[in-house]
Design a binder for this molecule. Structure first.
Ligand code: CA
Ligand code: CA
Ligand code: CA
Length: 331
């Protein structure tokens, strides 16, 4: 969550703005304390075990040449072994997607791996036969490994020359929309690199992610962590699925059809806090959040309570909001 504090020149409304800012901050503190008290602030993790193939752990195996998973990958209890040498110009990788990925939150990908041997079978600029990355929000964060160097995705630039035939700890720390850093054995080698733009949906991937270099590689640790604050939130309204009464919430809301009325409530900017127009010269009479409404927008409350057209034009009234919150709390 990014909180921006803005200092504005004094105006006749400055005092009111200040009070609004304070009330917004108090609301944020309240929300965070609520989340802490209900245990909802938690990190999402995806950890690989080494006593079964990743496909048995929820990962999707992708073989670009139709090669069977067991031809490429094997496990022995402590290590996942990859070998694409001799399989031609083909990649074989694993992908994981779903609510473990949240494009609003920073993440860490922590891997221990090595590349034993490699054979270039295609584009000599795609030099790595083992790589891992996180595609999130249309951006790719990650690295590729050859036996002798570390590369960024999609680039022939060498980030670091290193003997990768020995095990190293690789850590990618990403902030979606901003950039990422790479650590090797806890030493920073890349700081705030701009991610590549990709057209893929959000997922974590690892394996022989290039077709151009085949490799024999071993992985003994794979931990993806995102958060704190990461939740499974299918409609991305900030309310986790377990507490979300309304699926497919659209934020920002598509109403009001006329204007946001006085003491009416709609989340017009999609930040999870209902916006309102206070009475002239006053601060808002009430505040409401999507946490309180069970992940339901004003649009959804109007449909659920069968409210009239006036609510679409100007937003949900205080009484409608309160009725809805009573209704969901009594379930
Ligand atoms: Ca939700
Ligand atoms: Ca809002
Ligand atoms: Ca919802």
């Amino acid at each position: 969550m990014i909180v921006t504090a803005k200092v504005e020149a004094p105006t006749p409304c400055a005092d009111q703005r200040f009070r609004l800012t304070v009330s917004t901050l108090l609301l944020l503190i309240f929300l965070v304390s609520m989340l802490l008290s209900t245990g909802q602030v938690s990190a999402a993790t995806a950890t690989l075990a080494f006593n079964s193939l990743p496909s048995a752990q929820g990962w999707t195996y992708l073989a670009y040449g139709g090669v069977a998973e067991t031809t490429v990958f094997s496990v022995d209890g402590t290590t996942l072994h990859q070998n694409t040498i001799g399989l031609g110009n083909r990649g074989s990788e694993y992908r994981l997607s779903g609510c473990v990925l949240n494009p609003a939150l920073p993440f860490t990908l922590d891997i221990r791996a090595r590349v034993l041997t490699e054979v270039v079978v295609g584009n000599p600029n795609d030099l790595y036969g083992f790589g891992f990355h996180v595609d999130i929000g249309g951006e790719r964060y990650g690295i590729g490994l050859s036996t002798g160097a570390i590369y960024p995705p999609h680039a022939d630039e060498v980030l670091l020359s290193i003997d990768n035939t020995q095990f190293h700890n690789f850590r990618v720390e990403g902030v979606p929309g901003l950039g990422y850093s790479v650590f090797v054995d806890n030493v920073l080698i890349v700081s705030n690199r701009t991610p590549d733009t990709v057209g893929t949906s959000d997922h974590i991937a690892f394996g022989d992610v290039t077709g151009d270099t085949a490799a024999e590689a071993e992985i003994t640790r794979f931990v993806f962590t995102q958060g704190p604050g990461s939740l499974c939130d299918e409609d991305n309204d900030g309310v986790d699925d377990a507490h979300d009464v309304c699926p497919e919430t659209v934020l920002p809301e598509r109403i009001p059809t006329v204007r946001l009325g006085v003491n009416r409530f709609i989340d017009v900017d999609g930040d999870g806090i209902f916006d309102t127009t206070p009475p002239p010269g006053k601060v808002p009479q009430r505040t409401f959040t999507l946490q309180e409404t069970g992940g339901c927008s004003c649009e959804q409350i109007i449909v659920a309570l069968e409210l009239g057209e006036g609510h679409m034009k100007f937003g949900c009234s205080i009484s409608a909001m309160e009725e809805w919150i009573r209704e969901i709390n009594s379930r």
